[in-house]
Design a protein around this ligand. Sequence first.
Ligand code: CUA
Length: 257
Amino acid sequence: MIGATHLERRIIIISVAFAMTLFGLAALAINLFHVGLPTCLTDIKPFQKGEIITHSPTHYELHYVARMWKFEPEDVMVPAGSTVDIYLSTPDVTHGLILLGTDLNLMAVPGVVNYARVKFDHPRVYQLLCHEFCGTGHERMAANLRVVDMATFNAKHSAPVPSQPNDPVYRLMEAKDCMTCHSIDGSESIGPTLKGISGRTTKLTNGSVVTADDVYLRESIVKPEAKIVDGFDDVMPKPELTEEEVNAIIEYLKTLK
Ligand code: CUA
């Protein structure tokens, strides 16, 4: 056995120093910047239902289910100043969850639950995306997490919860994933709200201004990339709809005053 050479010893010292620096930085990030390190929890049973649980007015537990091809819940609202414990599970294949504008990046792996804690200080709409290719609907996997000021949050939560629209066309649109990105209550999401859309004057990304008549509505449904509303992205997939369904949707949109 020959003792370590001078060079070997130096390499070992440098490697150990690197590893210690790494752990030191992680510890610093956790303690100083309150970065929540993603954790794989093997002792929690994967859940099948997305939900938000209120622990206190500023502490929430959020269970996300990533499945082909949506996140549940799709639209979450918490007040600014909240700490949110995010748990992620999947019943089918591997997905990823990235919360744009934050450090949050979790994998959804079948059979386990992944966890991270995020504190939201300021009002903002965060978009959640799947970042792991998971099949043909992968690029549609998105959801919203809205951080609103406490007054808005309280106002929304004390108001009576509107009953789920019973209109068959609404349900058709839900089945075709329209409601993943469009609201009918006036709130903006990934796409513009459908409330009051018929007859609305809208500025487009190319700077022109259009009025949403039947022709515009039809084109926006069957050829979503043709005209993009200013402030939004060209992300709407072409829905599979029959001619009758397109007509029914146009008529339904006119009722959303
Ligand atoms: Cu789920 Cu990509």
